[in-house]
Design a protein around this ligand. Structure first.
Ligand SMILES: [Zn+2]
Length: 189
């Protein structure tokens, strides 16, 4: 179990996708969020959404993060569950490296090639903060909303009893990104 995690109180968060509760978890410099329905069902839907400021906030069409976030929040509001906002920007390479990777993509590299060119693995994310949050809420069994086999393999702390696929409409800009996710990273799209 991790030590020295600062945990906020629980507050109400009305959003365009429904009204949720929110609680923040600070682990070193990384501040993650649990956004959840009250009450939580016995086997809640859980989505671990990795931070993507360009997609989530600015509506970037280079990836599907923004539309996935909206669709997930609607699904969770309807069915009960939890969105964990996992602040590992750019598959955990940070914004400077992510924008440099985008610059390489402007020159024709795909998302995986660009990361590798910068000296990173295709995916640098870690999931121990997620395990802490699942344990904190005592979630023993979850239905994980994901297309990513690496999340299924790496998320510990609760038993994944069902996988719920997350399908969003490809756009002209992100269809290459999505095909790389499928071909190179094994996403179930
Ligand atoms: Zn994104």
């Amino acid at each position: 179990m991790k030590q020295n995690i600062e945990i906020s109180k629980i507050a109400t968060l009305p959003t365009r996708n429904g009204t949720f509760k929110i609680q923040a978890f600070k682990d070193g410099i990384q501040e993650n969020l649990a956004i959840f329905t009250d009450p939580l069902p016995e086997i809640p839907m859980v989505r671990v959404h990795s931070e993507c400021v360009t997609g989530d906030v600015f509506g970037s069409q280079k990836c599907d993060c923004g539309s996935q976030l909206d669709a997930t929040m609607k699904m969770i509001a309807q069915n009960g569950g939890m969105l964990i906002y996992h602040r590992q920007e750019g598959r955990n390479i940070g914004l400077v490296n992510k924008v440099n990777a985008y610059a390489l993509q402007d020159q024709g590299y795909n998302t995986v090639e660009a990361n590798v060119h910068l000296g990173f693995n295709a995916d640098e994310r870690t999931y121990d903060a997620i395990e802490f949050i699942l344990n904190y809420f005592n979630l023993k069994k979850i239905k994980l909303i994901t297309n990513n086999p690496s999340k299924i393999a790496n998320i510990k702390g609760a038993q994944i009893v069902e996988r719920i696929p997350m399908i969003t409409e490809p756009t002209e800009c992100n269809k290459d990104y999505l095909s790389v996710k499928k071909a190179k990273m094994g996403h179930m799209l």
